[in-house]
Design a protein around this ligand. Sequence first.
Ligand code: ADP
Ligand code: MG
Length: 651
Amino acid sequence: MSTTKRKTRFQLWSIKPHILVIVSIVVSTLLYAAVVFSLFPSEIRIFILVICVILTGYDIVFDFVRQMIKTRDFNENILIVLAAAGAFLIERGTEGAAVLIIFRIGGVIATKVATKSSDTIKNLIDLRPDTVNAVVNGAIVRQVPGKIKVGETISVSPGEWIALDGVVLSGDSSLDISAIFGGAESVPVRKDSRVWSGSLNRTGVLNIRVTHDFDNSVVSRVLRNVENATEKKSTTEKVIRKYARFYVPAIMLVAIIIGIVVPAISGLPFDRWLTRGLGFLVISSTSALVLSISLTYLAGIGGAAKKGILIKNADIVDTVARTTSVVFDKTGVLTTGKYRVVEIDSLELSVERLMMLAAYAELNSSHPIAQAIVAAADIEPEYSRITNFREIPGRGTEIEIAGNSVVAGNELLMNEMQIKPDKTQIDATVVYIAVNERYAGRILLSDTIQPDAKKAVKALHALGIDRIALFTGDNKEVAADVASQLGIKEFYAECLAVDKYSRLKGLMEMQLSGDKLVYVGDGVNDQPVLDAADIGVTLGNVATDQEFENADIHVLTSEPSKIAAAISMSRGTVKTLRQNILLTVGLKGLVFILLAFGIASMWMAALADVAISLAIVIDAMGALGMKVEEINKLRPRRVDDKGDIDNTELS
Ligand code: ADP
Ligand code: MG
């Protein structure tokens, strides 16, 4: 199975302290205890303590030298080894060895905690069961999901998790899709319904024809997304790493000033000040902070993925947290994009004939309006009758059929062709039809508002997002109607794609520096706008990898309320980051002051460092934004949970 391959691709998710390191630490701890609790002569004591330092520090020195040669970067862990070695010079070898041992034990525990946390996050997202029931020639065969190919059939019983995306061939059931899409939705499914991996089958047996193999099913793609998102280092992390380059020599310099220069100049006692200088080296480590920061981003991005919100990388989390404006595209975002023809007004032609011509004009267009018109016309289309099909984005379409030219489109298109349509009493989306350059009639359509759009606007207001705007290519009446129903004050109607782009640019220019603007679109005709916004968000299509890629954030469901969720998740993550950076800097500063006044000793500094490290690594999981136990109940049992699912025949 591909489990092992999957695991190693996650950097943070696979960090394990080296077994040799643990053995060295254990051995030197025992040696250290022997020194402390027995009455060796002092030469032997020192000899054993030196061995302790070598055992617990040799790999740090190797790493330091290797890194120095390779990248000319200082590995900051060397500071601790220097502190321990320096302690021997002032006859404080016992304390020096203790400091190094404490530091290494703390490091191992912090790494262990981080690994456990990242495994937890991975398990929350990895909703793939280990086995599936494949239907082969009418018989059911247990298989690993990775072996099932597109077009094959799987059978899923009630209580089982769906492993692969597909279409229901037979059976009725209700699916719990909350684990993969977030929220607490239960969806009924029957023959021909689409189903997704990561859903829990509740009530009936389903036979499913697989449409996406294991690697391309939605759970695998979400997992891959989180993996890619956290692989790249965040700017915050890079800054800290870059800092480390100057940090290590700077710390050394300060330590030398405190430990050597101060007593040399002032005549104060050497060993006391040297101890303070060495203590300063002990508390200067930042490795736990770097670990905590990566883990915080992983938790934030993983927690968002758990709600069906895919964030492309760590920097986007920082940007989203600073959102002050949200601009929504109307069609397919705030409305369902499922149009319905509500009225047909024909001038001279019969209604049937007008609808037939309109349907032919729209036959080759994929616009939701076009599809509604084709569906309403109810014709058996003969594609060969259409010649010269042309689609004018944001305006409409044009064809020739049996020697007649037919144009279907909005007012803009009619104006351009100098055709005067009937503009009375419009409060819906309208498509005007012109035949041979003469106005022939119009079709009014209505679109329904997305069920949670109102909640979406309210939730944004509650987060203090003061500017919410609506862009649409539709007419003013419809735009005003949708905006007022949802409580949106600012709207821009009759926008072509280029208008949306320049309006967006305008809104962005009005922002204060540091404030960020989110644009939410459907990816149809609005790619330039998605790219231009500080953050581009697409909603609701799990079909292709492309859709996962084209935006900064992709939401798996078509719920605009997920925008507010993304903002508050990001704010939570940034808050956790800040908290841990402040905690580290504050507490270490405090220890430094205590050291400078001779109140704290070296080993106290080492203990404080371990405590701070553990605290910030544990705190990182706060960015997940939910209780792990609760979600744990809701996921498929894996072989490695307990090892009591007998799978031997499969491997
Ligand atoms: P939006 O997503 O904001 O509705 P679009 O660019 O998709 O913007 O469409 C803008 C407008 O252009 C539509 O409201 C409609 O009036 C017109 N339009 C676009 N394509 C077609 C089409 N195939 N047939 C008729 N009208 C169309
Ligand atoms: Mg659109």
